[in-house]
Ligand binder design. Structure first.
Ligand SMILES: *Cc1c(COP(=O)(O)O)cnc(C)c1O
Length: 468
């Protein structure tokens, strides 16, 4: 008797065809699937089987039980966090990543690494970055922030005459890291880097903004003139998509010595549109930049880019020297550039989508999402049920619920409202607190979202409002 693995090898065509068929069913239903699911338990057998059942059975089991508990986050009305969908081209590319199963550590055995370099070069064009930036794919913006800040740390330590990668941080005075409205992942990166979450010094933002007050930033740099500082500038905050004045921050580098890391996880995509590119003016003055691909580029998880002007420092931190892996300094292969050694062929879905839709495709996704965010904003501002908390600068609408007696909702009430909205199933949104006010964020980042969806979203919100 054949075992399941051998049998599956013979049945590969049947298996893959069934996956295609079932994927088409999924995509056909995606518009009407619940945007999110609240699951408290997984009520099925979770034991490791002895022999297994072969793929066809597993597929049937997954689809009939488990898939029904998954969110419709790939669909048009999942507005939680900043969640991109996946373009057809990127799905094709992503499937082939598994088919070809390359380990992109170097360019010695395969052209996969060259394709990654080609993809990075196209992305540089998309974001209008000069060729002085090199880039690598990592799993997400959190990792890109980690890699950028690891280089920043290495740079700062060199200023103190220390090579952290060799000596560790034992003799290093605390490095000053400053930012206006940093993403939570910056704190996480500082924790991973041994620099400490508490050592992030917040510089006040401008009134009613999430953009750093440049004068206060300048004052801090002046006061700390003799210490190497790391400035984390934000290009697109998650609440209100606000941007630091990158151009002016860049100019401060003439007077002060600091490392400039820009977190442009999704805000970097402003560069794709003539309408919005002014927001990222000056991005090229960064030493390191973070941009996510699984958000606004609409490729499947997990994928982001880390750009840097200092590949040498990156190699110092991440080199993985072993006799069989080649010399890191002379030949900086991917294995010497990121936390991972073995790496997925992450560039391929991006390469597919960039070749399939070009610069115009990226611009269209961005502009369409912003248009939808504006249409939704209009409905919010015209209603007495809700209140807009900040101008909608790009693709995120930040608003709150107004009670019938005109008071605004508490955080608990916002959460209850959102739970009811999730139960309704037509749309998913996530809570936040904006300048002390409990609020809701609606982030438009999926290429599928249309004007008709905005109407459905609005209906769902009003229905839930009338039920509370
Ligand atoms: C989403 C986001 C991150 C973290 O990204 P992941 O891809 O989830 O790791 C970091 N910074 C900003 C501004 C973000 O929007």
């Amino acid at each position: 008797m054949l075992n399941n693995l051998e049998e599956d090898k013979l049945k590969l065509k049947e298996i893959l065809n069934k996956v295609v068929e079932e994927s088409l069913v999924f995509f056909g239903e995606l518009d009407s699937l619940p945007a999110a699911k609240i699951n408290d338990t997984l009520n099925y057998d979770t034991h490791l089987p002895i022999e297994g059942t072969g793929t066809i059975h597993v597929l049937e089991r997954f689809l009939s039980i488990h898939a029904k508990q998954l969110s419709g986050s790939a669909g048009p009305r999942y507005l939680g966090f900043v969640t991109g969908g996946a373009t057809p081209a990127s799905i094709a590319g992503d499937w082939l990543v598994s088919v070809f199963d390359q380990n992109v550590t170097s360019i010695e055995d395969s052209a996969a690494g060259l394709l990654e370099l080609e993809t990075i070069s196209m992305l540089r064009e998309l974001f209008k970055l000069p060729s002085s930036f090199s880039g690598t794919f990592v799993s997400g913006a959190t990792m890109a922030n980690f890699v950028g800040l690891a280089q920043a740390r290495q740079w700062a330590a060199h200023k103190h005459g220390i090579d952290i990668s060799q000596q560790g941080m034992y003799h290093l005075p605390p490095v000053k890291v400053i930012s206006g409205a940093p993403h939570s992942s910056i704190y996480k990166a500082l924790s991973m880097l041994g620099m400490g979450r508490k050592n992030l010094h917040l510089i006040p933002c401008l009134p009613d903004r999430e953009a750093v007050d440049i004068e206060k930033l300048r004052n801090f740099l002046e006061e700390n003139k003799h210490t190497p500082c790391i400035v984390v500038a934000n290009a697109g905050t998650v609440n209100t998509v606000d941007y630091d004045d990158l151009e002016t921050i860049g100019q401060l580098q003439q007077d002060y010595s600091f490392w400039l890391h820009i977190d442009a996880a999704f805000g970097g995509f402003a560069a794709c549109s003539e309408q919005f590119q002014h927001l990222v003016k000056g991005m090229e003055s960064a030493d390191s930049i973070t941009i996510d691909a699984h958000k606004w580029l609409n490729v499947p998880y997990d994928s982001a880019m880390q750009f840097t002007k200092h590949q040498n420092l990156q190699v110092e931190v991440f080199q993985n020297n072993a006799a069989y892996l080649g010399n890191a300094i002379e030949h900086p292969e991917f294995v010497h550039l990121t936390p991972e050694n073995s790496r997925r062929f992450r560039a391929l879905p991006v390469w597919f989508t960039l070749h399939a839709y070009g610069r115009l495709g990226c611009k269209q996704i961005v502009e369409r999402n912003v248009e939808m965010a504006q249409a939704f904003t209009k409905k919010i501002t015209q209603s007495s049920h809700f209140k807009l908390l900040a101008p909608t600068r790009l693709n995120v609408v930040c608003f709150t619920v107004v009670h019938k007696d005109e008071g605004v909702a508490s955080f608990e009430e916002i959460k209850q409202f959102l739970d009811k909205l999730t139960e309704d199933g037509r749309v998913f949104m996530t809570p936040t607190i904006y300048h002390g006010t409990p609020a809701i964020r609606a982030a438009f980042s999926n290429w599928r979202t249309s004007a008709a969806d905005v109407n459905i979203i609005w209906e769902a919100l009003c229905n839930v409002y009338n039920r509370i």
